[in-house]
Design a protein around this ligand. Structure first.
Ligand code: ZN
Length: 223
């Protein structure tokens, strides 16, 4: 597997956020060639895709921006509809309203078609079951099921890689640090639901998860 990966090309589902940026640099270490596909799905903040493009350029990877804004026309989410107020707290028994229904299903399916056209077998996504925030399509069972489905659907042999699946946010910071991109991830990625780059707004659910992870990692590192 190791040898095979080193000789292959990977396509990273890339948003310019902390997780997918860490995955982009992970892929650069693991694969011979890396491309990035970034989706425009009606996010309220288009700054996100501009920042993603800048990071991809700096990393020297091909960047493809794909419009999938139909997602926001058929489903509802506070990330794409400004009339919906974002969850401040994660509800106990339901998915948060920042959940974009079908997002990872569409993203990975479209990425697989794009990859197939270019002979790419390896797909990389930054989903994590550990910090899955109540998003069902970030779970390992979904990814494994989809991998089988994609292979059956296109009679192909894709491998979906999920380097962050079993690590938490603090460990994701640690991985970025090991990959030599700690500052790049810290100051130049955009994860904030309010569209503020780097350290973010500090109070949306995404910023809180990110900054808590950073705090834990720095505390561990400085011990
Ligand atoms: Zn924020």
């Amino acid at each position: 597997m190791e040898m095979k990966m080193k000789d292959s090309e990977a396509l990273v589902v890339f948003s310019g956020g902390q997780d997918s940026t860490t995955c982009l640099f992970w892929a650069l270490k693991e694969f011979k060639k890396v491309s990035a596909i970034c989706f425009l799905y009606g996010q309220k903040h288009s700054k996100e895709t501009e920042m993603a493009k800048a990071i991809a350029e700096e990393a020297g990877v091909d960047f493809h921006l794909q419009d999938v804004s139909f997602i926001s026309q058929i489903g509802t989410s506070s990330l794409t509809d400004s009339s919906i107020k974002m969850d401040q707290e994660k509800p106990e028994d339901s998915v948060p309203n920042t959940f974009v229904p079908g997002r990872n299903l569409f993203f990975l399916s479209i990425a697989a078609v794009y990859a197939r056209e270019r002979g790419i077998k390896h797909l990389v996504t930054g989903v994590s079951q550990t910090d899955f925030s109540g998003y069902p399509d970030c779970r390992d069972s979904f990814i494994k099921a989809l991998n089988v489905t994609l292979n059956l659907a296109m009679e192909d042999q894709f491998v979906i890689h999920t380097p962050l699946m079993w690590i938490d946010k603090a460990e994701t910071w640690e991985l970025a640090d090991k990959l030599g991109v700690f500052d790049l991830v810290r100051y130049r990625t955009l994860t904030c639901y309010n569209g503020i780059p780097g350290e973010g707004c500090g109070h949306c659910p995404s910023c809180r998860l990110r900054s808590e992870g950073l705090r834990i990692y720095l505390e561990r590192k400085n011990k």
